[in-house]
Design a protein around this ligand. Structure first.
Ligand SMILES: [Zn+2]
Length: 842
C-alpha cells in the first residue's frame, strides 16, 4: 500500500512548470498598453495553413505597434508534422501544436483560430488538398471566421497563384481566403451561419510577400512595388524593453515540437504586403487607411472615447487605481452600446483593465487536479484588493454546480480574504477533452457540428467561479477558471487546469501486436481509476476468428489515479487476418472504452486527451530467411523494434564498431532513415560496408535526402537521390519485374500487399541509377510521371545492395502486413542459393 501511495505521489508531482497557467499579473506598463489597445477599434486577420506558418513579426507589429486586434487563422492544427520533443504524433501532436500557437499568441498579443481541416500530411497540390479536405466545409469555416472576427484587413501568408510551388495546404489557404473575402458579405452564402452572426465585408486583402517568393533578394529588389505597403517590423518598444522582431522570435520559438527554438533578431527590418483585393488604401503608409479606428466608429462611442483617451493621455503609472471611477463610467457606457460585436470585445478588455487597476487578485483553486463526475469538489478562493479603491465583494458562484456564497464584504486594502466552496460534480458534465476529438473525423476533416465551437482554439473549462464585485454601487462580474495550484521543490509554484476525468480509462500497452505465427501472445491492459474504490470488470472486444481469454477479469482499485495491470491471452487465427481490439471497463452500469493520455511539457499547459482505446492485431502470413540483422541507426525510427516483433534478432551497431568482423556476424545490415544525413562517421565506413556486400552480405538502405548528404557515394554504383515522392498512400503500384526474387521469395508479393498503407508510399526516391540496379516497382501521384526509384536492387559481388525510399518506418508501426512481407523478402534475398548449397553439402 505504501508503495502504491508513493507511486501516486510521484505521478502527481512529476508535473512540470506551466507558466502558461500562472494567473495574469500586469504591471502598470502592461495596463497602459491595454488601454492603448482599448482605444483602437480596428482588426487584422492573418491566414495560413499550419502552426508555425505565421509571420510572428507581422502579427506582433499589428498587435503591439498598431494596437490592432490581430487574429491568426491556421486552417489546420498541424497533426501531420513531426514531433521533435516527444512521442506524440497525429491528433496528439495537433493538441501540442494548438497549445504552442496559443503560447506564441500570449507573447505576440494575437488571438488564435482554426478551421475543421485536418493536416493529413504532405500534399503536393491544392487540387489534392481540397479533395481530401471537404472544400465547402473549410471554405465555410474561413467565411465563419471572417464573419465572427470581422477583420478590416486580411493578410494571406501564401501566394494564391502558382499551385504546386509549395505545400498544397499553403496554396489552398490563400485560395480559400481569396474566395471567402468575396462571399462573406453575401447572405445567400452559408446561410445557416447567419442565425446568430452577421455578414461581413473586409476592407482589403493583402499577401505577405517577401524576397523568398521571388527566388532571390536581387529579383525582389527590382520587383514592382507600386502595389505594396511596407513597414519596419524591427521597431523598438521602450515599455517592453524589446524590439518587435525580438518579441516575434520569442513567440515563434514556442513551436518547439517543430524545432523552432531560435536566436532573436533586432534592428530595422522591412516587411512587405502586396495589395490583392478590396479598396486600395488612400494613405499607403496605413493599412487601416479609410477605416475609422477610433471610438467614433461605433454609435455612442464618442463619449466613451473622450473618457478613455483622457485616461491614456494622463495615465498614472504610480497608482492606476485613481482611474477607476472613469473606467467604470466608460464600462457603463460600453455596456449600453448597440453594436454587440465591439461591445463584447471592449467589455472584456476593459474588465481586465479594471481588475488590474483595482489591484484585484481573484483565484479559485481546487484541492485536487482532477475529479470524475459525482465526486465532491472543494475549491479554495482567494480575494485581495491592493489599492485604496472602495470595493465590495458581493457574491461568489461556482458555475455548473450553482453554489453561491454571499460574503457582502467591504474589501480592505491588501487584506487577504479566503472562502471555500464545495459541491458534487454533476453526472452529466462533459469530460475535459479537445472538443474536435470527441467524434471520429475523416482523413481530411475533424467532425464538429456546433457552430459555437468551430474555430475556437480549445475547449472552455467546465468549472469556473464568478466573482460579483461592487464598485461604488456598480456591479461587475469577473470569471476565473478553477485551477490546481501546488509547488515542487525543484520547480517552484505550479499551476495546471482543473480537469474532469472519467471514472475509469484503459489502454493496451502495445498499439500494434503482430503475430508472425499462430502462437498465442499475452497482452497487458492497464486500467486507470478516476475515483477512489473503483470496482468492476474488463472485457476485450475483438474481431471474429480471434480468441481472447479469460473472457472477463475483475478489477479493484483503491485510490484515484492508481492503475491496475491485467493480462489477457490472444490466440490468432491460422491465416492472415487483422483487426482492432478495445478494452471495455464495466463499472456499475457504465462501460468505459477510452484511453486517457497526458501531455506534459514546460512550454505549454498540462493537457489530457481522451481517445478511443484501440490496438491493432495482425496475423501475418510471413516466411523469413536469415535471423541476425545489424541496424545502423539514423535520424531515429522504430524499424528495429518492428523487426524484432516478427522474430528477427536485431542488434544496433554504432558507426565506430563497423568493421569486417562485426559485419560478418549478420545476415543483413539495415541502415536507418536519413543515416547518411545525420551520422557524420558513416563517410569513413562506406567501403567496409560495400566490401561486406561484395563478400555475400545483404545491405538495405532506407531513405535519405540529397541535401546535406555526408557521403560522396551512397551506393557501390551510381545512384542519384531526388525529391520524387508519392504522397498518395493508395497510389497504384506496378510490378516492373514480376519475376524478380524480391517479389517472390520467400513470400509471394501481390497487389494485396500494397493495400492499407498509411500516409504515403515513400519519399526522396532516386531518379537516376547505374545499370547494375534493377528497379522493381513503379508508382506515381495523380497527374505525375511514373516514379521507378522506390525500390532498387543491385547485385554487388556475391551479395546485394538495396536502396528503398518506401516508407517502411511509417508502415511498420501501423501494422501494415504487406510492408512486413516485402521487407522480409528484402532481408532474404540471395538466401535461397545459400540454403540450396548447404542442402547439397548435407
Ligand atoms: Zn506550413
Amino acid at each position: 500500500m505504501r508503495r502504491r501511495l508513493l507511486h501516486i505521489l510521484i505521478l502527481l508531482f512529476t508535473t512540470t512548470f506551466i507558466q502558461a497557467q500562472q494567473p495574469k499579473r500586469h504591471n502598470t506598463s502592461q495596463i497602459y498598453e491595454s488601454i492603448q489597445k482599448l482605444n483602437f477599434l480596428g482588426s487584422v486577420l492573418y491566414i495560413a495553413a499550419h502552426p508555425d506558418d505565421e509571420n510572428t513579426r507581422l502579427i506582433s507589429y499589428m498587435s503591439n505597434q498598431l494596437h490592432a486586434r490581430t487574429g491568426y487563422l491556421s486552417l489546420t492544427r498541424g497533426d501531420g508534422g513531426q514531433n521533435l520533443i516527444g512521442p506524440e504524433i497525429r491528433e496528439l501532436l495537433g493538441v501540442i501544436r494548438t497549445q504552442e500557437l496559443l503560447a506564441a499568441r500570449r507573447i505576440d498579443g494575437g488571438e488564435q483560430f482554426f478551421t475543421r481541416a485536418n493536416d493529413f500530411g504532405y500534399s503536393k497540390h491544392p487540387d489534392e488538398t481540397l479533395a481530401i479536405w471537404n472544400k465547402e466545409d473549410v471554405l465555410s469555416d474561413v467565411v465563419l471566421a471572417i464573419r465572427k472576427f470581422k477583420p478590416d484587413v486580411i493578410i494571406n501568408r501564401f501566394d494564391y497563384k502558382n499551385p504546386g510551388s509549395t505545400h498544397g495546404h499553403h496554396t489552398s489557404s490563400a485560395m480559400l481566403s481569396m474566395e471567402a473575402f468575396d462571399i462573406s458579405n453575401d447572405a445567400s452564402k452559408f446561410q445557416n451561419q447567419l442565425k446568430n452572426i452577421e455578414v461581413w465585408q473586409a476592407k482589403r486583402l493583402f499577401f505577405n510577400t517577401s524576397w523568398w517568393f521571388y527566388g532571390s533578394r536581387e529579383k525582389f529588389n527590382k520587383a514592382d512595388k507600386s502595389k505594396m505597403l511596407s513597414f519596419d517590423v524591427g521597431v523598438y518598444y521602450p515599455q517592453k524593453g524589446l524590439s518587435n522582431n525580438e518579441l516575434a522570435s520569442i513567440a515563434s520559438s514556442q513551436h518547439l515540437s517543430q524545432g523552432f527554438g531560435r536566436l532573436s533578431q533586432r534592428g530595422t527590418q522591412p516587411e512587405y504586403i502586396e495589395f490583392l483585393k478590396g479598396e486600395f488604401p488612400s494613405d499607403e503608409s496605413n493599412i487601416f487607411s479609410d477605416v475609422d479606428t477610433s471610438w467614433n466608429r461605433v454609435k455612442g462611442g464618442n463619449a466613451i472615447g473622450e473618457i478613455l483617451n483622457s485616461i491614456e493621455d494622463n495615465f498614472n503609472f504610480k497608482d492606476p487605481s485613481i482611474h477607476l471611477n472613469d473606467l467604470i463610467k466608460a464600462y457603463q457606457l460600453i455596456s449600453s452600446i448597440e453594436d454587440t460585436h465591439w461591445k463584447t470585445i471592449k467589455t472584456k478588455e476593459l474588465k481586465s483593465i479594471i481588475e488590474t487597476c483595482a489591484g484585484l487578485y481573484l483565484e479559485a483553486s481546487a484541492t485536487t487536479p482532477a475529479l470524475s463526475p459525482n465526486s465532491e469538489v472543494k475549491i479554495n478562493i482567494e480575494v485581495l484588493k491592493r489599492s485604496q479603491a472602495k470595493i465590495k465583494l458581493q457574491a461568489l458562484t461556482l458555475s455548473t454546480i450553482n453554489k453561491t456564497l454571499n460574503p457582502s464584504e467591504n474589501l480592505e486594502n491588501n487584506k487577504k480574504y479566503t472562502y471555500e466552496i464545495s459541491g458534487i460534480i454533476p453526472s452529466n458534465i462533459n469530460y475535459t477533452n479537445a472538443y474536435w476529438l470527441n467524434k471520429k473525423g475523416t482523413l481530411g476533416m475533424y467532425n464538429v457540428d456546433d457552430q459555437n465551437l468551430i474555430g475556437l482554439p480549445e475547449t472552455e473549462r467546465a468549472l469556473h467561479v464568478n466573482f460579483s464585485i461592487d464598485f461604488n454601487g456598480y456591479s461587475i462580474d469577473f470569471q476565473e477558471d478553477v485551477i490546481y495550484r501546488y509547488s515542487k521543490p525543484d520547480k517552484g509554484e505550479l499551476y495546471r487546469p482543473f480537469e474532469i476525468i472519467p471514472e475509469a480509462s484503459a489502454k493496451i500497452l502495445e498499439k500494434v501486436i503482430i503475430f508472425d505465427t499462430d502462437k498465442q501472445k499475452d497482452i497487458q491492459v492497464i486500467v486507470k481509476s478516476g475515483r477512489d474504490n473503483l470496482e468492476g470488470f474488463v472485457q476485450i472486444a475483438h474481431p471474429k476468428g480471434w480468441s481472447i481469454y479469460p473472457e472477463k477479469q475483475n478489477i479493484q482499485i483503491s485510490h484515484k489515479g492508481e492503475t491496475q495491470t491485467i493480462v489477457f491471452t490472444v490466440i490468432p487465427p491460422k491465416n492472415q487476418s487483422e483487426g482492432l481490439i478495445t478494452p471495455m471497463v464495466h463499472v456499475d452500469d457504465e462501460i468505459y472504452t477510452r484511453e486517457l493520455v497526458e501531455i506534459n511539457y514546460d512550454h505549454i499547459p498540462f493537457q489530457t486527451v481522451l481517445l478511443p482505446s484501440e490496438s491493432k492485431i495482425v496475423r501475418l502470413d510471413i516466411k523469413k530467411k536469415g535471423d541476425n540483422i545489424g541496424y545502423i541507426i539514423g535520424a531515429g525510427d522504430v524499424v528495429p523494434e518492428s523487426l524484432r516483433h516478427i522474430g528477427y534478432n536485431v542488434v544496433t551497431i554504432k558507426p565506430e564498431d563497423i568493421n569486417a568482423e562485426t559485419l560478418s556476424r549478420f545476415d543483413a545490415i539495415v541502415v536507418g532513415i536519413r543515416a547518411y544525413n545525420t551520422v557524420e562517421n558513416l563517410q569513413y565506413k562506406q567501403q567496409e560496408l560495400f566490401d561486406y556486400v561484395a563478400q555475400g552480405g545483404n545491405m538495405i538502405v532506407q531513405y535519405n535526402t540529397s541535401y546535406r548528404l555526408k557521403v560522396e557515394h551512397i551506393a557501390p554504383y551510381e545512384l542519384k537521390l531526388s525529391r520524387d515522392r508519392v504522397t498518395d498512400e493508395n497510389a497504384e503500384v506496378k510490378f516492373l519485374n514480376p519475376e524478380h526474387p524480391i517479389l517472390n521469395f520467400p513470400n509471394k508479393v501481390t497487389q494485396q500487399d500494397f493495400e492499407g498503407w498509411t500516409q504515403e508510399r515513400g519519399l526522396y526516391f532516386p531518379d537516376k541509377w547505374a545499370k547494375e540496379f534493377t528497379p522493381i516497382l513503379s508508382m506515381h501521384d495523380k497527374g505525375e510521371s511514373a516514379k521507378k526509384g522506390s525500390l532498387l536492387v543491385a547485385k554487388h559481388g556475391r551479395g546485394y545492395y538495396i536502396y528503398t525510399g518506401l516508407s517502411f518506418f511509417r508502415e511498420f508501426p501501423a501494422g501494415v502486413s504487406g510492408a512486413y512481407r516485402l521487407f522480409a523478402n528484402m532481408l532474404s534475398i540471395g538466401k535461397d542459393n545459400i540454403n540450396l548449397e548447404s542442402k547439397i553439402n548435407d
